[in-house]
Design a binder for this molecule. Sequence first.
Ligand code: PMT
Length: 408
Amino acid sequence: MLNGKKIVVGVSGGIAAYKACDIVSRLKKLNAEIDVIMTKSATEFVQPQTFQALTQNPVAVEMFESPKYWDIEHISLAQKADILLIAPATANIIGKVANGIADDMLSTTIMASTAKVIFAPAMNTKMYENRIVQENIEKLAALGYYFITPASGRLACGDVGIGKLADVDTIVDFVLDKALPKQDLKGVNLLITAGPTVETIDPVRYITNRSTGKMGYAIAEAAEARGANVTLVSGPTALTAPKGVKLVPTTSAVSMLEAVMDNFEHQDVIIKSAAVADYRPAIAAESKIKKTDGDLQLTLVRNPDILMALGKMKGSRILVGFAAETDNVIEYAKGKISKKQLDFIVANNVKAEGAGFGTDTNIVYIIDNKDNITKVDLSSKLEIAHRILDKVKMELDNKREDKQPPIH
Ligand code: PMT
Protein backbone atom coordinates (compact mmCIF):
# COMPACT_ATOMS: atom_id res chain seq x y z
CA MET A 1 0.00 0.00 0.00
CA LEU A 2 1.08 3.54 -0.72
CA ASN A 3 -0.67 4.99 2.34
CA GLY A 4 -0.36 8.75 2.12
CA LYS A 5 2.49 8.76 -0.43
CA LYS A 6 2.17 11.81 -2.63
CA ILE A 7 2.40 11.04 -6.29
CA VAL A 8 2.18 13.61 -9.05
CA VAL A 9 1.25 11.99 -12.35
CA GLY A 10 2.29 13.98 -15.41
CA VAL A 11 0.35 13.14 -18.55
CA SER A 12 1.87 14.30 -21.83
CA GLY A 13 0.19 14.25 -25.20
CA GLY A 14 0.12 10.85 -26.85
CA ILE A 15 -2.49 8.27 -27.74
CA ALA A 16 -1.45 6.29 -24.63
CA ALA A 17 -2.74 9.17 -22.43
CA TYR A 18 -5.93 7.18 -21.87
CA LYS A 19 -3.89 4.47 -20.12
CA ALA A 20 -2.86 7.05 -17.51
CA CYS A 21 -6.48 6.86 -16.25
CA ASP A 22 -5.95 3.21 -15.38
CA ILE A 23 -2.59 3.97 -13.77
CA VAL A 24 -4.08 6.77 -11.65
CA SER A 25 -6.99 4.59 -10.63
CA ARG A 26 -4.64 1.73 -9.61
CA LEU A 27 -2.42 4.06 -7.58
CA LYS A 28 -5.48 5.59 -5.94
CA LYS A 29 -6.66 2.11 -4.90
CA LEU A 30 -3.26 1.65 -3.26
CA ASN A 31 -4.14 4.70 -1.12
CA ALA A 32 -1.74 7.14 -2.73
CA GLU A 33 -2.53 10.84 -2.68
CA ILE A 34 -2.53 11.86 -6.34
CA ASP A 35 -2.36 15.10 -8.29
CA VAL A 36 -2.40 15.12 -12.07
CA ILE A 37 -0.69 17.61 -14.35
CA MET A 38 -1.55 17.45 -18.03
CA THR A 39 0.22 19.10 -20.92
CA LYS A 40 -2.04 21.08 -23.22
CA SER A 41 -1.74 18.43 -25.93
CA ALA A 42 -2.64 15.65 -23.47
CA THR A 43 -6.02 17.34 -23.06
CA GLU A 44 -6.66 16.61 -26.76
CA PHE A 45 -6.72 12.90 -25.85
CA VAL A 46 -8.33 12.85 -22.38
CA GLN A 47 -10.48 15.44 -20.62
CA PRO A 48 -9.00 16.84 -17.36
CA GLN A 49 -12.38 16.10 -15.73
CA THR A 50 -11.65 12.36 -16.00
CA PHE A 51 -8.55 12.69 -13.82
CA GLN A 52 -10.35 15.11 -11.54
CA ALA A 53 -13.02 12.51 -10.90
CA LEU A 54 -10.46 9.75 -10.36
CA THR A 55 -8.26 11.73 -7.96
CA GLN A 56 -10.86 14.05 -6.42
CA ASN A 57 -8.26 16.79 -6.89
CA PRO A 58 -8.16 19.66 -9.39
CA VAL A 59 -6.06 18.93 -12.47
CA ALA A 60 -3.31 21.39 -13.41
CA VAL A 61 -2.75 22.30 -17.05
CA GLU A 62 -1.90 25.95 -17.48
CA MET A 63 0.85 27.85 -15.66
CA PHE A 64 -1.12 31.01 -15.13
CA GLU A 65 -4.67 29.92 -14.43
CA SER A 66 -6.13 31.12 -11.13
CA PRO A 67 -4.41 29.22 -8.32
CA LYS A 68 -6.15 26.22 -6.79
CA TYR A 69 -3.69 26.19 -3.91
CA TRP A 70 -2.40 29.10 -1.83
CA ASP A 71 1.21 28.37 -2.87
CA ILE A 72 2.64 28.95 -6.33
CA GLU A 73 1.19 25.85 -7.89
CA HIS A 74 4.13 24.26 -9.74
CA ILE A 75 6.38 24.82 -6.73
CA SER A 76 3.77 23.44 -4.38
CA LEU A 77 3.22 20.28 -6.44
CA ALA A 78 6.98 19.89 -6.97
CA GLN A 79 7.64 20.08 -3.25
CA LYS A 80 4.83 17.91 -2.01
CA ALA A 81 5.56 15.00 -4.36
CA ASP A 82 7.34 11.86 -3.16
CA ILE A 83 7.29 10.59 -6.74
CA LEU A 84 6.72 12.25 -10.10
CA LEU A 85 5.51 9.76 -12.68
CA ILE A 86 5.36 10.93 -16.30
CA ALA A 87 3.13 8.49 -18.20
CA PRO A 88 3.00 8.58 -21.11
CA ALA A 89 6.22 10.55 -21.59
CA THR A 90 6.58 11.89 -25.12
CA ALA A 91 9.89 12.68 -26.85
CA ASN A 92 8.94 16.31 -26.32
CA ILE A 93 8.73 16.27 -22.51
CA ILE A 94 11.88 14.09 -22.25
CA GLY A 95 13.70 16.50 -24.56
CA LYS A 96 12.57 19.56 -22.61
CA VAL A 97 13.73 18.23 -19.25
CA ALA A 98 17.02 16.93 -20.69
CA ASN A 99 17.75 20.38 -22.05
CA GLY A 100 16.55 22.48 -19.13
CA ILE A 101 13.44 23.86 -20.81
CA ALA A 102 10.62 24.72 -18.40
CA ASP A 103 7.81 26.37 -20.35
CA ASP A 104 4.63 24.77 -19.07
CA MET A 105 3.17 23.40 -15.86
CA LEU A 106 4.55 19.87 -16.27
CA SER A 107 8.11 20.73 -17.34
CA THR A 108 8.29 23.45 -14.67
CA THR A 109 7.13 21.11 -11.94
CA ILE A 110 9.66 18.42 -12.94
CA MET A 111 12.46 21.00 -12.96
CA ALA A 112 11.47 22.39 -9.55
CA SER A 113 11.24 19.00 -7.86
CA THR A 114 13.79 16.99 -5.93
CA ALA A 115 11.47 13.96 -5.84
CA LYS A 116 12.21 10.75 -7.72
CA VAL A 117 11.11 11.25 -11.32
CA ILE A 118 10.01 8.25 -13.37
CA PHE A 119 9.47 8.51 -17.12
CA ALA A 120 7.36 5.89 -18.89
CA PRO A 121 8.04 6.78 -22.54
CA ALA A 122 5.55 6.01 -25.31
CA MET A 123 6.14 7.01 -28.92
CA ASN A 124 6.68 5.78 -32.45
CA THR A 125 9.56 3.26 -32.79
CA LYS A 126 11.66 5.43 -35.11
CA MET A 127 11.20 8.36 -32.76
CA TYR A 128 12.18 6.26 -29.73
CA GLU A 129 15.25 4.94 -31.50
CA ASN A 130 16.24 8.38 -32.77
CA ARG A 131 19.76 9.17 -31.56
CA ILE A 132 18.62 12.51 -30.12
CA VAL A 133 15.89 10.90 -28.01
CA GLN A 134 18.29 8.17 -26.89
CA GLU A 135 20.93 10.75 -25.93
CA ASN A 136 18.33 12.68 -23.93
CA ILE A 137 17.33 9.46 -22.13
CA GLU A 138 21.01 8.63 -21.48
CA LYS A 139 21.63 12.11 -20.11
CA LEU A 140 18.64 11.98 -17.76
CA ALA A 141 19.34 8.39 -16.65
CA ALA A 142 22.89 9.45 -15.76
CA LEU A 143 21.42 12.25 -13.62
CA GLY A 144 19.31 9.75 -11.67
CA TYR A 145 15.96 10.04 -13.52
CA TYR A 146 14.28 6.65 -13.92
CA PHE A 147 13.00 5.19 -17.18
CA ILE A 148 10.57 2.34 -17.68
CA THR A 149 11.51 0.71 -20.99
CA PRO A 150 8.56 0.79 -23.40
CA ALA A 151 7.05 -2.45 -24.64
CA SER A 152 7.26 -3.78 -28.21
CA GLY A 153 4.27 -4.52 -30.38
CA ARG A 154 1.83 -2.91 -32.81
CA LEU A 155 1.73 0.85 -32.25
CA ALA A 156 -1.24 3.17 -32.74
CA CYS A 157 0.42 4.52 -35.91
CA GLY A 158 0.44 1.00 -37.42
CA ASP A 159 4.21 0.41 -37.06
CA VAL A 160 5.43 -2.64 -35.21
CA GLY A 161 8.35 -2.24 -32.80
CA ILE A 162 9.43 -0.76 -29.48
CA GLY A 163 7.57 2.31 -28.23
CA LYS A 164 4.30 1.12 -26.65
CA LEU A 165 3.73 2.41 -23.13
CA ALA A 166 4.89 -0.33 -20.73
CA ASP A 167 1.95 -2.23 -19.32
CA VAL A 168 0.08 -0.77 -16.37
CA ASP A 169 1.20 -3.53 -13.94
CA THR A 170 4.85 -2.86 -14.76
CA ILE A 171 4.41 0.88 -14.21
CA VAL A 172 2.52 0.49 -10.92
CA ASP A 173 5.12 -2.04 -9.64
CA PHE A 174 7.92 0.35 -10.59
CA VAL A 175 6.26 3.19 -8.65
CA LEU A 176 5.76 0.91 -5.63
CA ASP A 177 9.40 -0.11 -5.78
CA LYS A 178 10.59 3.50 -5.79
CA ALA A 179 8.06 4.82 -3.27
CA LEU A 180 8.70 2.20 -0.61
CA PRO A 181 12.42 1.45 -0.28
CA LYS A 182 12.67 -2.24 0.52
CA GLN A 183 14.49 -3.51 3.60
CA ASP A 184 14.80 -6.94 2.06
CA LEU A 185 18.52 -7.33 2.84
CA LYS A 186 18.19 -6.48 6.54
CA GLY A 187 20.87 -8.25 8.54
CA VAL A 188 22.67 -9.61 5.47
CA ASN A 189 26.47 -9.17 5.63
CA LEU A 190 27.65 -8.06 2.24
CA LEU A 191 31.18 -7.26 1.06
CA ILE A 192 31.72 -5.34 -2.14
CA THR A 193 35.01 -4.51 -3.83
CA ALA A 194 35.23 -1.40 -6.00
CA GLY A 195 37.60 0.78 -7.96
CA PRO A 196 40.96 0.08 -9.52
CA THR A 197 44.15 -1.36 -8.07
CA VAL A 198 47.41 0.55 -8.24
CA GLU A 199 50.63 -1.39 -8.82
CA THR A 200 53.82 0.47 -7.96
CA ILE A 201 56.69 0.69 -10.46
CA ASP A 202 58.75 3.14 -8.39
CA PRO A 203 57.97 6.04 -6.02
CA VAL A 204 56.87 8.13 -9.02
CA ARG A 205 55.10 5.72 -11.36
CA TYR A 206 52.43 3.04 -11.20
CA ILE A 207 50.17 0.83 -13.31
CA THR A 208 46.43 1.20 -12.90
CA ASN A 209 43.21 1.09 -14.97
CA ARG A 210 40.20 3.24 -15.82
CA SER A 211 37.88 2.18 -12.96
CA THR A 212 36.46 5.09 -10.95
CA GLY A 213 34.61 2.95 -8.40
CA LYS A 214 31.19 4.34 -9.41
CA MET A 215 29.67 0.89 -10.06
CA GLY A 216 30.88 -0.64 -6.78
CA TYR A 217 29.99 2.41 -4.68
CA ALA A 218 26.47 2.39 -6.19
CA ILE A 219 26.07 -1.24 -5.09
CA ALA A 220 27.32 -0.35 -1.61
CA GLU A 221 24.82 2.55 -1.40
CA ALA A 222 21.90 0.45 -2.64
CA ALA A 223 22.71 -2.48 -0.33
CA GLU A 224 22.99 -0.19 2.68
CA ALA A 225 19.63 1.41 1.82
CA ARG A 226 18.09 -2.08 1.71
CA GLY A 227 19.32 -2.88 5.22
CA ALA A 228 22.52 -4.87 4.56
CA ASN A 229 25.65 -4.53 6.71
CA VAL A 230 28.05 -3.39 4.02
CA THR A 231 31.84 -3.61 3.91
CA LEU A 232 33.33 -1.72 0.98
CA VAL A 233 36.87 -2.77 0.05
CA SER A 234 37.98 -0.04 -2.29
CA GLY A 235 40.96 0.77 -4.42
CA PRO A 236 41.90 4.47 -4.69
CA THR A 237 38.98 6.57 -5.99
CA ALA A 238 37.77 10.16 -5.76
CA LEU A 239 34.46 9.03 -4.24
CA THR A 240 33.13 9.34 -0.70
CA ALA A 241 31.90 6.09 0.83
CA PRO A 242 28.11 6.02 1.30
CA LYS A 243 26.91 6.73 4.85
CA GLY A 244 26.65 3.68 7.09
CA VAL A 245 29.12 1.61 5.06
CA LYS A 246 32.38 0.24 6.51
CA LEU A 247 35.16 1.42 4.17
CA VAL A 248 38.40 -0.57 3.90
CA PRO A 249 40.82 1.34 1.68
CA THR A 250 43.38 -0.63 -0.35
CA THR A 251 45.88 0.06 -3.12
CA SER A 252 47.40 -2.95 -4.89
CA ALA A 253 45.81 -6.29 -5.79
CA VAL A 254 47.80 -7.93 -3.00
CA SER A 255 46.52 -5.43 -0.42
CA MET A 256 42.97 -5.88 -1.75
CA LEU A 257 43.32 -9.65 -1.37
CA GLU A 258 44.45 -9.21 2.24
CA ALA A 259 41.57 -6.83 3.03
CA VAL A 260 39.03 -9.19 1.48
CA MET A 261 40.40 -12.18 3.37
CA ASP A 262 40.48 -10.24 6.68
CA ASN A 263 36.77 -9.41 6.25
CA PHE A 264 35.64 -12.64 4.57
CA GLU A 265 34.59 -14.94 7.40
CA HIS A 266 31.27 -13.40 8.49
CA GLN A 267 30.03 -12.39 5.01
CA ASP A 268 26.86 -13.85 3.44
CA VAL A 269 27.42 -12.22 0.05
CA ILE A 270 30.55 -11.06 -1.77
CA ILE A 271 30.37 -8.95 -4.93
CA LYS A 272 33.59 -8.23 -6.81
CA SER A 273 33.17 -5.20 -9.01
CA ALA A 274 36.76 -3.96 -8.58
CA ALA A 275 38.98 -3.88 -11.63
CA VAL A 276 41.95 -5.82 -10.31
CA ALA A 277 45.23 -5.64 -12.23
CA ASP A 278 46.15 -9.06 -13.54
CA TYR A 279 49.87 -8.19 -13.44
CA ARG A 280 52.19 -6.10 -11.30
CA PRO A 281 55.85 -5.11 -11.75
CA ALA A 282 58.12 -7.92 -10.52
CA ILE A 283 60.03 -5.35 -8.48
CA ALA A 284 58.68 -2.11 -7.00
CA ALA A 285 61.84 0.01 -7.17
CA GLU A 286 62.64 1.89 -3.97
CA SER A 287 64.11 4.86 -5.84
CA LYS A 288 62.99 6.59 -9.01
CA ILE A 289 64.08 4.60 -12.08
CA LYS A 290 66.36 6.95 -13.97
CA LYS A 291 65.73 7.57 -17.63
CA THR A 292 68.40 6.30 -20.06
CA ASP A 293 68.80 6.77 -23.83
CA GLY A 294 67.58 3.24 -24.49
CA ASP A 295 64.17 1.57 -24.04
CA LEU A 296 63.02 0.26 -20.69
CA GLN A 297 61.67 -3.23 -20.18
CA LEU A 298 59.52 -3.98 -17.17
CA THR A 299 58.94 -7.55 -16.06
CA LEU A 300 55.37 -8.08 -14.90
CA VAL A 301 54.33 -10.99 -12.73
CA ARG A 302 50.83 -12.40 -12.20
CA ASN A 303 48.74 -10.97 -9.39
CA PRO A 304 46.64 -13.29 -7.27
CA ASP A 305 43.13 -13.81 -8.64
CA ILE A 306 41.06 -12.75 -5.64
CA LEU A 307 37.76 -13.97 -7.06
CA MET A 308 39.20 -17.38 -7.94
CA ALA A 309 40.56 -17.72 -4.38
CA LEU A 310 37.12 -16.80 -2.98
CA GLY A 311 35.43 -19.36 -5.23
CA LYS A 312 37.46 -22.14 -3.63
CA MET A 313 36.52 -21.17 -0.07
CA LYS A 314 33.03 -19.65 -0.48
CA GLY A 315 31.06 -22.41 1.28
CA SER A 316 27.38 -21.41 1.30
CA ARG A 317 28.12 -17.73 0.56
CA ILE A 318 26.73 -16.04 -2.54
CA LEU A 319 29.66 -15.08 -4.79
CA VAL A 320 29.14 -12.56 -7.57
CA GLY A 321 31.77 -11.57 -10.12
CA PHE A 322 31.89 -8.89 -12.77
CA ALA A 323 33.22 -9.33 -16.30
CA ALA A 324 34.61 -6.34 -18.17
CA GLU A 325 34.66 -7.43 -21.80
CA THR A 326 35.04 -5.80 -25.19
CA ASP A 327 34.12 -8.80 -27.41
CA ASN A 328 32.02 -11.97 -27.04
CA VAL A 329 30.67 -10.52 -23.81
CA ILE A 330 28.24 -13.30 -22.86
CA GLU A 331 30.49 -16.19 -23.90
CA TYR A 332 33.57 -14.89 -22.05
CA ALA A 333 31.52 -14.00 -18.98
CA LYS A 334 30.00 -17.49 -18.87
CA GLY A 335 33.53 -18.97 -18.89
CA LYS A 336 34.31 -17.01 -15.72
CA ILE A 337 31.23 -18.38 -13.87
CA SER A 338 32.48 -21.96 -13.88
CA LYS A 339 36.18 -21.13 -13.60
CA LYS A 340 35.65 -18.96 -10.51
CA GLN A 341 32.68 -20.92 -9.03
CA LEU A 342 30.30 -17.98 -9.07
CA ASP A 343 26.58 -17.91 -8.34
CA PHE A 344 26.26 -15.28 -11.02
CA ILE A 345 28.24 -12.74 -12.99
CA VAL A 346 27.49 -9.20 -14.14
CA ALA A 347 28.90 -8.68 -17.62
CA ASN A 348 29.40 -5.28 -19.20
CA ASN A 349 30.74 -4.37 -22.61
CA VAL A 350 33.14 -1.62 -21.62
CA LYS A 351 33.28 -0.35 -25.21
CA ALA A 352 29.51 0.28 -25.44
CA GLU A 353 28.32 3.87 -25.19
CA GLY A 354 27.04 4.68 -21.70
CA ALA A 355 28.55 1.50 -20.22
CA GLY A 356 31.64 0.42 -18.30
CA PHE A 357 34.39 2.61 -16.88
CA GLY A 358 33.77 6.13 -15.57
CA THR A 359 30.18 6.53 -16.77
CA ASP A 360 27.22 7.24 -14.49
CA THR A 361 25.22 4.62 -16.40
CA ASN A 362 25.79 1.01 -17.40
CA ILE A 363 24.27 -1.75 -19.54
CA VAL A 364 24.71 -5.24 -18.11
CA TYR A 365 23.87 -8.89 -18.55
CA ILE A 366 23.22 -10.78 -15.33
CA ILE A 367 24.12 -14.40 -16.05
CA ASP A 368 23.71 -17.11 -13.44
CA ASN A 369 25.23 -20.56 -13.08
CA LYS A 370 22.04 -22.15 -14.46
CA ASP A 371 22.44 -20.18 -17.69
CA ASN A 372 19.61 -17.70 -17.03
CA ILE A 373 20.45 -14.39 -18.68
CA THR A 374 18.79 -11.05 -17.88
CA LYS A 375 19.75 -7.90 -19.74
CA VAL A 376 19.46 -4.59 -17.89
CA ASP A 377 19.21 -1.81 -20.48
CA LEU A 378 20.93 1.53 -20.12
CA SER A 379 20.21 2.77 -16.57
CA SER A 380 21.98 4.70 -13.85
CA LYS A 381 24.58 2.66 -11.96
CA LEU A 382 22.34 2.95 -8.87
CA GLU A 383 19.45 1.37 -10.76
CA ILE A 384 21.75 -1.40 -12.07
CA ALA A 385 22.93 -1.91 -8.47
CA HIS A 386 19.33 -2.53 -7.38
CA ARG A 387 18.77 -5.08 -10.15
CA ILE A 388 21.95 -6.92 -9.08
CA LEU A 389 20.73 -6.89 -5.48
CA ASP A 390 17.30 -8.20 -6.58
CA LYS A 391 19.18 -11.19 -8.00
CA VAL A 392 21.25 -11.54 -4.80
CA LYS A 393 17.99 -11.58 -2.80
CA MET A 394 16.56 -14.27 -5.07
CA GLU A 395 19.70 -16.41 -4.66
CA LEU A 396 19.61 -15.98 -0.86
CA ASP A 397 15.94 -17.04 -0.79
CA ASN A 398 16.70 -20.09 -2.97
CA LYS A 399 19.52 -21.15 -0.65
CA ARG A 400 17.25 -20.76 2.37
CA GLU A 401 14.55 -22.88 0.71
CA ASP A 402 17.09 -25.59 -0.12
CA LYS A 403 18.01 -25.73 3.56
CA GLN A 404 14.40 -26.28 4.73
CA PRO A 405 13.79 -29.90 5.77
CA PRO A 406 11.29 -31.64 3.44
CA ILE A 407 7.68 -31.75 4.68
CA HIS A 408 6.30 -35.32 4.77
O1 PMT B 1 34.42 1.66 -11.50
P1 PMT B 1 33.64 2.18 -12.70
O2 PMT B 1 34.35 3.32 -13.40
O3 PMT B 1 32.24 2.49 -12.34
O4 PMT B 1 33.62 1.00 -13.79
C1 PMT B 1 32.90 -0.17 -13.53
C2 PMT B 1 33.65 -1.42 -14.01
C3 PMT B 1 33.77 -1.38 -15.53
C4 PMT B 1 35.05 -1.49 -13.38
C5 PMT B 1 32.82 -2.66 -13.53
O5 PMT B 1 31.53 -2.58 -14.11
C6 PMT B 1 33.49 -3.97 -13.93
O6 PMT B 1 33.30 -4.49 -15.01
N1 PMT B 1 34.30 -4.55 -12.99
C7 PMT B 1 35.12 -5.75 -13.23
C8 PMT B 1 36.41 -5.37 -13.86
C9 PMT B 1 37.32 -6.57 -14.11
O7 PMT B 1 38.39 -6.63 -13.55
O8 PMT B 1 36.80 -7.50 -14.90
P2 PMT B 1 37.60 -8.84 -15.36
O9 PMT B 1 36.72 -9.44 -16.40
O10 PMT B 1 39.00 -8.51 -15.69
O11 PMT B 1 37.63 -9.73 -14.06
C10 PMT B 1 36.62 -10.70 -13.75
C11 PMT B 1 36.34 -10.74 -12.27
O12 PMT B 1 37.50 -11.24 -11.58
C12 PMT B 1 36.00 -9.41 -11.64
O13 PMT B 1 34.98 -9.64 -10.69
C13 PMT B 1 37.30 -9.00 -10.93
O14 PMT B 1 37.05 -8.23 -9.76
C14 PMT B 1 37.90 -10.36 -10.56
N2 PMT B 1 39.38 -10.38 -10.53
C15 PMT B 1 40.12 -10.16 -11.66
C16 PMT B 1 41.49 -10.25 -11.62
C17 PMT B 1 42.12 -10.54 -10.40
N3 PMT B 1 43.44 -10.61 -10.30
N4 PMT B 1 41.39 -10.73 -9.29
C18 PMT B 1 40.03 -10.66 -9.33
O15 PMT B 1 39.36 -10.85 -8.32
